[in-house]
Write a protein that binds this ligand. Structure first.
Ligand code: SF4
Length: 256
């Protein structure tokens, strides 16, 4: 399996700025398969990437964070895309070490401490899954958030993991164009005004003229779950009053 020096990654990333997503995905698959996976939240914005991957190599793993708090429409859409695209999906779950904590605080953790909630339900399960591969294809785009404007097409993450963002230069309009051009399905909530869809308690439809991600963590002063920020490279959730003094059970650290 190839190991790239940081300057090589920087050079490759810069060359890829003028390549199509399909060219970038093809390079990634040829370079890293089978040690590579795609992460997906199975919403309309996910469809082009999943469709491209399924055409380039349908055996590539697709990680889905099953937080237990998704809209049922998302779960149905995941089933539909799996069937129609022939995807190889692996669901990721919360570690059992959080069982007691979530029994006590999980009911409204997304309101009390959304960063901790995202760490437990998304970041840590993804960190654990990423230990099994060498390259991670993500569907983020620069036009989505301030944070993502500075992303690179290739990024070196913790433990030498290479993150590949083939759609970085696409816009929301490019996504729609691809979906229509290939007659692909929309997430069932898209027509109801949901433009970016995560867990049900933290997602609302957007209003006319709002940014597509305005409905994520609306009113909570949060724009990212942590998968695409520095949180992903941290070993713990950071400061949390709720977590202070709570003893986790280190012997229950396996996903079911
Ligand atoms: S999106 Fe909301 S419910 Fe889902 S993990 Fe993050 S804070 Fe929790």
């Amino acid at each position: 399996m190839p190991v790239f020096r940081p300057e090589e990654i920087e050079q490759l990333a810069s060359q890829m700025e003028s390549q199509t997503p399909q060219q970038i995905i093809t390079w990634a698959v040829e370079t890293f398969a089978p040690q590579i996976a795609v992460s997906s939240s199975f919403q309309t914005q996910s469809v082009p990437l999943l469709h491209m991957v399924s055409r380039i190599d349908p055996t590539i793993l697709v990680f889905f964070l099953d937080t237990g708090l998704h809209f049922w429409e998302t779960l149905m859409f995941r089933e539909r895309l799996q069937r129609e695209f022939g995807l190889h999906i692996q669901n990721l779950y919360v570690d059992k070490q959080w069982k007691n904590f979530l029994e006590r605080f999980g009911r409204n953790l997304y309101d009390q401490d959304p960063d901790l909630c995202c760490y437990i339900r998304k970041v840590q399960p993804m960190q654990k899954a990423m230990k099994t591969i060498q390259a991670w294809i993500s569907g983020i785009r620069r036009d989505q958030t301030e944070n993502r404007k500075n992303a690179k097409i290739l990024e070196l993450e913790r433990d030498g993991l290479l993150k590949i963002n083939p759609l970085l230069n696409w816009t929301g309009q490019d996504v729609q164009h691809y979906v229509h051009e290939h007659s692909l399905p929309d997430h069932p909530l898209f027509e109801k005004g949901y433009r970016s869809i995560g867990c049900k308690p933290c997602t609302r439809a957007v209003l006319l003229g709002e940014n597509e991600r305005a409905g994520r963590w609306s009113g909570k002063g949060k724009t990212e779950c942590g998968l695409h920020t520095e949180m992903f490279n941290q070993d713990g959730p950071g400061k949390s009053t709720l977590l202070n003094g709570f003893i986790l059970n280190p012997n229950q650290d396996e996903t079911p």
